[in-house]
Write a protein that binds this ligand. Structure first.
Ligand SMILES: Cc1cc2nc3c(=O)[nH]c(=O)nc-3n(C[C@H](O)[C@H](O)[C@H](O)COP(=O)(O)OP(=O)(O)OC[C@H]3O[C@@H](n4cnc5c(N)ncnc54)[C@H](O)[C@@H]3O)c2cc1C
Length: 334
């Protein structure tokens, strides 16, 4: 693949009027991988998301030359046109049928969202199916729990479609404005990029957005605020960030403690003991955080999102929440 005057060990992106061209030094059977998005050609086919016909070397070379790079393709190991489409299923659940991953949503590849979205779908659905499978069929809790998959993941997918549409429009649209942005504005703004990349907070926020760590389920029926609110803690529906915590001994990573299955109840050090429905449930692990002063608690779902939180003991609220997700009704593990 391309060599001359292209610095190895770095990814390169070339902004041109026809779209972006990416060069990644991480090819598996070749030194470089080239990725470009262009308007659909008839020979692409309709097998969306799957590799289609090969791209002639001359056409790939033209992409590089038009982008203004001096690189020459010496050997072409593999190439394919991949037809793309965007779409969102009207429902992610119908009865016992659930859609996840690309079957539920397709995005433009800009910002690389598809795979992580599918994995988050699976994580969101997996624990709900696990809890629902332990109930008698038709228990009312099941429908609230299983319907929440659509209620949580479909809006998240919709937000991602908006994000990827905007990024794809800027990256690949041949309209006047995006062409100007790539052909004129981007080269002028390029010298400012290293300074922007030095701003850790900005970069961290962008990475959180793109890697979908900012997805929250605040509007889900499974997100319940107890009373009073625990100030300074994530809200119900938010993903719980990692932190150094102590259970009395050496500091531990919170996410390591939460990696076990089931719901985790995090009690601040002076919190009242949780109600028996929580303590005796085989789905609940109680952790008292010695380094967190206060009387509040946070209930963390198996997918790492907060389900319930309160600033002092709210046993009725917690018991109702555990019943809502079907985690309170199981016998003691012996
Ligand atoms: C060019 C391109 C670049 C991308 N870049 C990124 C990126 O940088 N980051 C990112 O996160 N995502 C990216 N994606 C998206 C990502 O590849 C997909 O979102 C992800 O692979 C979807 O996984 P999936 O398991 O839902 O579907 P698929 O990967 O399509 O898997 C479905 C599987 O089911 C099989 N199957 C279909 N029908 C049947 C049947 N009837 N019986 C049995 N098996 C069947 C198929 O053969 C296939 O193996 C990109 C996609 C493209 C096209």
């Amino acid at each position: 693949m391309p060599e001359r005057d292209i610095e190895r060990q770095r990814a390169h992106v070339f902004a041109g009027r026809d779209g972006l061209v990416f060069l990644f030094p991480l090819g598996e059977q070749a030194a470089w991988r080239l990725l470009a998005t262009r308007a659909a050609a008839a020979e692409c086919g309709r097998n969306f998301g799957q590799p289609g016909p090969a791209v002639p070397q001359a056409e790939l070379q033209r992409l590089l030359s038009d982008a203004g790079t001096p690189a020459r393709i010496e050997r072409l190991a593999w190439s394919a046109r991949v037809p793309l489409r965007c779409g969102l299923a009207r429902r992610f659940r119908q009865g016992r049928l659930f859609l996840a991953g690309d079957a539920a949503h397709n995005y433009a590849p800009a910002t690389g969202q598809g795979m992580n979205a599918g994995i988050q779908d699976a994580v969101n659905l997996g624990w709900k199916l696990g809890l629902a499978a332990g109930h008698a069929e038709g228990e009312p809790a099941d429908d609230v729990l299983l319907d929440s998959y659509d209620q949580e993941r479909r809006p998240a997918a919709h937000h991602r479609i908006v994000l990827t549409h905007m990024a794809f429009w800027a990256e690949a649209s041949t309209g006047r404005i995006p062409s100007w942005l790539r052909g004129v504005a981007a080269p002028r703004a390029a010298p400012a990029v290293p300074a922007l990349l030095d701003r850790r907070r900005l970069v961290a926020d962008a990475i959180r957005l793109i890697s979908q760590l900012r997805v929250n389920y605040r509007h889900s029926p499974l997100s319940v605020q107890g009373t009073p609110r625990l100030r300074g803690a994530p809200r119900p529906g938010d993903r719980l960030p990692d932190a150094a915590v102590s259970l009395g001994g050496a500091p531990r990573r919170l996410h390591q403690l939460l990696a076990g299955p089931g719901v985790h109840l995090l009690l601040q050090c002076d919190a009242a003991p949780p109600p028996p429905q929580a303590v005796t449930s085989s789905h609940v692990t109680v952790l008292r955080l010695a380094n967190s002063p206060g009387r509040g608690l946070v209930a963390v779902r198996p997918d790492g999102h907060v389900g319930f939180q309160c600033g002092t003991a709210d046993p009725a609220g917690l018991t109702d929440w555990l019943a809502l997700i079907g985690a309170a009704s199981h016998p003691v593990r012996v």
